[in-house]
Design a protein around this ligand. Structure first.
Ligand code: AVJ
Length: 342
């Protein structure tokens, strides 16, 4: 039974690659398909400027801190997007006649429940397939769906979304949900790679919903990433505890500080760790070290801000056609619905 269900859900050629590691949660059968996080860290820390892939921020502690950031008065993003989803879920689901809702980088998927409830109401059935590298979020959303949304079948993928996207059967009509301003984390190269890959994975009946934070007054933007409680600083610097764990390095949080600013030319918030004193950072597992000069910066995360019309036009070059655009009264945040152009 379980096997028959999964064979309709997973893409035919992909089935040998995945195994059910938890009830209704699949992961890659071989770790060999996954990138080594320690190597990813070395590759970008030796770049100029030194920088880090955003996914290293989301260890258990980081995911926890991010959940707290979402509640901050200065961090308008989560509550603005949630209000849009609540207000417009009916229209979004009506415009996207699908059987499966795939959420990329879902976390605990709280905001997505508005879409799932509408799917249940309008169609009486559906599959929810969240893809996430963090297991606790998948478990939480599985419990929620089982308890509250009887009409929805849960099929989690414990994977990076690049891997998860290709795991799912292309013939199943799907709505890909990429919300939470996660799109803001992409640098130009990863933006192009991600949307080429996603568009290739999309079938002719598939839709895509993107939640993007918008360009606005820089004071509003900057205070969202420099909160008075210091939670954002804690979240950003926590990545170095994770890096110490993954590589055996000796980053010392007492010898660095957090700094962020809005770069208007690149339309992005840049979040840095800055060396408070000169220090030697060693990576014993790799037999390497570097000198971290006083006041030298490591770019830990970027958060890009968008002009929604420009984004719609750009995604047209990835065979994605705009369907609908939803925004709030302040025009601070946009939900953009696309379909695969045929
Ligand atoms: C999870 C990428 C949407 O960019 O707003 C929040 C991450 N970093 N505060 C964002 C974040 C610091 C967040 N995203």
């Amino acid at each position: 039974m379980q096997h028959a269900e999964s064979s309709l859900f997973l893409a035919p050629g992909q089935q040998p690659l995945w195994r059910m590691s938890e009830s209704s949660i699949w992961s890659l059968a071989e770790d060999g398909h996954r990138e080594d996080p320690a190597l990813s860290i070395m590759r970008t820390l030796w770049d100029q400027p030194r920088w880090l892939e955003a996914y290293h921020l989301y260890d258990d502690r980081g995911s926890d801190l991010f959940e707290k950031i979402c509640e901050l008065p200065e961090y308008y993003l989560t509550r603005t997007e949630n209000a849009l989803l609540e207000r417009d879920a009916t229209k979004i689901i009506a415009a996207a006649p699908v059987q499966c809702i795939v959420e990329l980088g879902a976390g605990s998927a709280k905001k997505t429940t508005h879409l799932l409830a509408e799917q249940a109401r309008q169609r009486g059935a559906g599959i929810f397939a969240p893809i996430d590298v963090s297991l606790p979020g998948l478990l939480a959303s599985r419990e929620y769906v089982r308890a509250q949304l009887a009409a929805i079948e849960f099929r989690g993928l414990h994977a990076r979304y690049e891997d998860g996207i290709f795991g799912i059967n292309k013939n199943l009509p799907k709505l890909f949900v990429f919300i939470g301003s996660t799109i803001g984390n992409f640098n130009p190269a990863s933006f192009v790679r991600f949307f080429s890959l996603l568009s290739d994975a999309m079938g002719p009946s598939d839709f895509l919903l993107i939640g993007a934070d918008r360009v606005k007054d820089r004071r509003v933007l900057e205070s969202a990433y420099a909160d008075s409680q210091g939670l954002t600083a804690e979240f950003i610097l926590n990545v170095f505890k994770n890096i110490n764990r993954l590589t055996g390095s000796n980053f010392d949080l007492d010898k660095m500080r957090y700094h962020s600013w809005y770069n208007p030319e690149w339309a992005q918030i840049e979040m840095y760790a800055i060396a408070a004193t000169a220090q030697e950072i060693a990576f014993p597992a790799f037999g390497k070290s570097f000198h971290w000069h006083k006041n030298a910066k490591i770019l830990v995360e970027i958060s890009r801000k968008f002009d929604p019309i420009r984004l719609q036009e750009q995604l047209g070059f990835f065979a994605l056609s705009p369907v609908q655009h939803f925004t709030d009264a302040n025009e601070w945040f946009s939900l953009l619905l696309f379909r695969k152009a045929t």
